[in-house]
Design a protein around this ligand. Structure first.
Ligand code: ATP
Length: 261
């Protein structure tokens, strides 16, 4: 089966006024269909850049990257992915339903198809009944769920999520994490998820990619052996803590003392 994402010696250097910034260096990674992959690492290690490169919003300067066996540009044109940003990025003058409809309008779906997809995706993120509300009438967690609905509306198999719950308090975040796992189980999507949180990465993922900065590179890829069914209290089990310890070791190894002071 063709992997969903295949990076081979991938590099990306940004030329800047102060010299080159190596955002990604020699990244080798394979993501299979149905994987839930978290990217974790300190600020500036290239997590967002990697997601943006998958989305064809940045161009690699070396190596190769294939999405569903295609160049990222072709995958983007095929609408291979939905993208959820750090902040909800909803249009305040559009209702929730009209925000979810936006990509469908752009893609020329009929009114009936739009209505069917809006209903299905709002159901999936538990926002039925909020169709006619404006974003500012919803809590931060609900707004982020609406952004997820928008990214799911056109049924892309790949969901790219850049720290979607980073700005939310811990209780809401816990709730959305378990909702996201259920949604992933139900829809069988492939998810790439950026986070700064070790427990979040371990709780959600089938695979954890540990990255380190200067230059941004992958230092460890951890395959999780936790069961797919994950109640929140799985976070207290020895198996969970063992994976978390390995992530922490990987983060520590990628951090030199000079960078921390
Ligand atoms: N357009 C750009 N031009 C120049 N440098 C850039 C650009 N985009 C990112 N960078 C640099 O590339 C490196 C990687 O950035 P990136 O945003 O991918 O890191 P990150 O791991 O997502 O960080 P954070 O956790 O803070 O979001 C950083 O040093 C950043 O300053």
């Amino acid at each position: 089966m063709t992997p969903v994402v295949q990076a081979h010696n991938l590099g990306l250097t940004f030329p800047t006024a102060d010299g080159d910034v190596v955002a990604l260096s020699d990244v080798n990674l394979t993501i299979e269909k149905g994987d839930f992959v978290s990217f974790i690492g300190p600020s500036g290690c290239g997590k967002t850049t990697f997601l943006r490169t998958i989305a064809d919003l940045e161009q690699p300067t070396s190596g190769t990257l294939e999405i569903n066996g295609q160049m990222p540009e072709n995958a983007r044109k095929d609408r291979a992915y939905g993208y959820v940003f750090q902040a909800p990025a909803l249009y305040p003058w559009r209702t929730i339903e009209k925000n979810v409809a936006l990509p469908l309008e752009i893609m020329g779906y009929s009114a009936a198809q739009q209505a069917e997809r809006i209903k299905r995706t709002l159901d999936l993120v538990n926002l039925s009944g909020f169709e006619n509300k404006y974003p500012w009438q919803l809590s931060g967690g609900m707004q982020q769920r609406a952004s997820i609905a928008r990214a799911l509306a056109f049924d892309a198999d790949l969901l790219l999520m850049d720290e979607p719950f980073g700005a939310l308090d811990e209780i809401v975040r816990d709730h959305l994490n378990s909702e996201l796992l259920k949604l992933w189980e139900r829809t069988k999507k492939t998810i790439c998820f950026v986070t700064h949180s070790i427990p979040e990465a371990v709780y959600l993922s089938t695979k954890i990619v540990v990255m380190s900065p200067r230059p941004g590179r992958v230092t460890d890829v951890i395959e999780s052996n936790l069961p797919r069914e994950r109640p929140l209290d799985i976070r207290e089990t020895p198996e969970f803590l063992q994976i978390a310890a390995r992530v922490r070791d990987g983060l520590r190894a990628g951090h030199s003392y000079e960078e921390m002071v």
